[in-house]
Design a protein. Structure first.
Length: 202
């Protein structure tokens, strides 16, 4: 008999109602333009720099960097590659948080409303991140780079996974999480608020 410790906790994820709406055809067509693994790897390294540059080395430890190994021909992949890209430990409290890195070359525009948006992930990936967050009781943050290059994007956003209601994020949903006019691409963990953002904790 399998011991309780070895059993994985069963997690049921219920997506928000708005996420179940059928997306417009122009959104579905954008899937082929999602960033390739090379760009993704470059942006992951950029996010690591945002966290560990300067005083970051004294504040954080990189607990884990998820493998992205996948052999399509053999259909073999690392069983952990559905986890968020980075698991970070805040040294002072030993609390951990996870970061999923996404790079997009540009924003899309809705053909009907002409409003800009990002198709940030597939639904199955979103469910994986939500499951990870619940099972591990570890907050997950989605860091998205847009434009420029993966190692120097024009803009970046840091969004708590719990605030995301769809695989499609419109510009109005992104603005409050933007780096904006801040001089440096640098992320800070606020241990009191359990939040990762561009603002240095007081």
């Amino acid at each position: 008999m399998e011991s309780g410790k070895n059993k994985k906790e069963k997690i049921k994820i219920v997506l928000p109602k708005e996420a179940k709406k059928e997306p417009a055809k122009h959104v579905l067509a954008s899937a082929k333009y999602l960033s390739n693994p090379h760009k993704g790897s470059q942006f992951e390294n950029f996010v690591v720099e945002m966290l560990f540059s300067g005083e970051g080395k004294k504040l954080y430890e990189l607990s884990k960097k998820t493998s992205d190994y996948h052999n399509r021909e053999l259909k073999v992949s690392d069983e952990t590659n559905t986890d968020p890209d980075l698991l970070i430990r805040f040294k002072k409290s030993q609390k951990q948080f996870a970061v999923e890195c996404k790079y997009r070359s540009f924003l899309w525009f809705d053909d009907i409303t002409n409003k800009p948006f990002i198709d940030w992930c597939r639904e199955d990936q979103w469910i994986n991140y939500l499951t990870y967050q619940q099972r591990n009781r570890t907050p997950v943050f989605i860091v998205i780079g847009v434009g420029g290059t993966p190692n120097k994007p024009n803009e970046a956003y840091c969004i708590p996974l719990k605030k995301i209601k769809s695989t499609i994020l419109f510009d109005k949903d992104l603005k409050k999480y933007a780096k904006g006019e801040r001089r440096y691409f640098r992320l800070y963990w606020d241990d009191n608020k359990k939040n990762l953002s561009w603002d240095r904790p007081e």
